[in-house]
Design a protein around this ligand. Structure first.
Ligand SMILES: C[S@@+](CC[C@H](N)C(=O)[O-])C[C@H]1O[C@@H](n2cnc3c(N)ncnc32)[C@H](O)[C@@H]1O
Length: 346
């Protein structure tokens, strides 16, 4: 597994001086390889080190949590655009997208920290789409205890057709505003969806709210590239969070014992410079029942607001074009894997 090449789970300690700005948190830090991220906001500082203890963080209140400057357009990091993107992508999603980015062994590796260790657990799979990740969940948990939620009826239609998911509850809904009562589930899983949420902090706050005391959230998602061309296309397409950002979001929502496990397709041989659409599995445990201590203001995107159809279509097309780059990257990496002798870096 790629993750085992990367020393498995990382339990980060964040040492910080955080100040809240109207645009939320920025980072001045380094990735786990020691490469420096660009300074996004001069008033915040995050440093991550590998330790075995997790530090207690006092969660500040904030009213907005968008984490990147507007200069990175992320044409499809919006609910309306994601809806139409998946209107078409759902047709080929399982057969064309997943084999390059999200394989069955990656899925099992990524779900392992979720500790799906009892068939009676109540599980919600948020942004569950065609049910690819849910198929991994129902190996360990009875399907009748699993709810798949997604904003795309087209994706869900594919999930409904899968025999092992016949007993799952399948509902349309928004990850940032979940239709579950507080303290409802034992496990919250979300794979490959956070990148489309306009306000990821809000989605992770919702994960906290719907879990029971001692429940575990597992968010699987992209990681940000370091190679310039990949960064360009990533920023044009959607949100590729940095590893620090996931941890920050989890801890601000109130989670404890936050862990990040790196994942990736086998044929990448651990390469992460192009970013990964499924690059990490982040888990956290809910330490107290009830709502998250984090207070947020109104939602960033109001889906009921009318949009300019020309601007909307242009964003959708540009975003889809940028996404095409990420269809090609796994093919390029696969060719390199075939050519470069085993054991050598690619
Ligand atoms: C890359 S697919 C992942 C599907 C599935 N989890 C898997 O592992 O294959 C992303 C899914 O997130 C859904 N999505 C995007 N934004 C959402 C939101 N705000 N609320 C719920 N689902 C959302 C999309 O409709 C899409 O089905």
């Amino acid at each position: 597994m790629a993750s085992s090449l990367l020393n498995g789970a990382i339990n980060p300690t964040l040492t910080r001086g955080i100040a809240q700005t109207p645009n939320g948190l920025g980072f001045l830090g380094s990735d786990f390889n020691g490469k420096h991220f660009p300074k996004l906001n001069s008033v915040s500082c995050v440093k991550i080190s590998r330790t075995h203890k997790s530090k207690t963080i006092v969660s500040p209140n904030c009213s907005a949590s968008a984490s990147r400057p507007a200069s990175q357009p992320r044409f499809i990091q919006h609910k309306k655009e994601a809806f139409w993107f998946y209107r078409f992508l759902s047709i080929v999603y399982d057969h064309v997208i997943n084999p390059g980015h999200w394989t069955e062994d990656m899925r099992d590796d990524a779900l392992e920290p979720a500790e799906l260790n009892n068939r009676n657990l109540t599980v919600v799979d948020v942004g569950g789409g065609t049910g690819f990740t849910t198929l991994g969940i129902v190996k360990h948990v009875d399907a009748k205890n699993v709810t798949i939620l997604d904003q795309s009826p087209h994706q869900l239609a594919k999930a409904k057709k899968k025999e092992p998911l016949k007993e799952c509850k399948i509902i349309e809904g928004d990850a940032e505003d979940l239709p579950f009562k507080t303290d409802y589930a034992d496990r919250y899983v979300s794979a490959g969806s956070i990148e489309y949420w306009p306000d990821p902090q809000r989605g992770i706050r919702e994960a906290y709210r719907v879990l029971r005391l001692g429940g575990k959230a597992c968010v699987i998602g992209p990681v940000y590239p370091t190679f310039w061309l990949s960064r360009f296309f990533a920023d044009a397409w959607m949100l590729f969070p940095k590893e620090e950002e996931y941890i920050e979001w989890f801890e601000k929502a109130g989670f404890k014992d936050v862990q990040l496990k790196r994942i990736g397709p086998k044929w990448y041989r651990g390469v992460r410079r192009h970013g990964l659409i499924m690059g990490c599995s982040v888990t956290g445990v809910k330490p107290a029942s009830g709502d998250s201590p984090l207070q947020l203001g109104p939602k960033v995107e109001d889906v009921s607001e009318p949009v300019n159809p020309f601007v909307f279509l242009s964003r959708l097309i540009l975003g889809a074009m940028a996404a095409t780059y990420y269809v090609l990257v796994p093919i390029y990496m696969w060719i390199k894997d075939q050519i470069v002798p085993k054991g050598q870096p690619i």
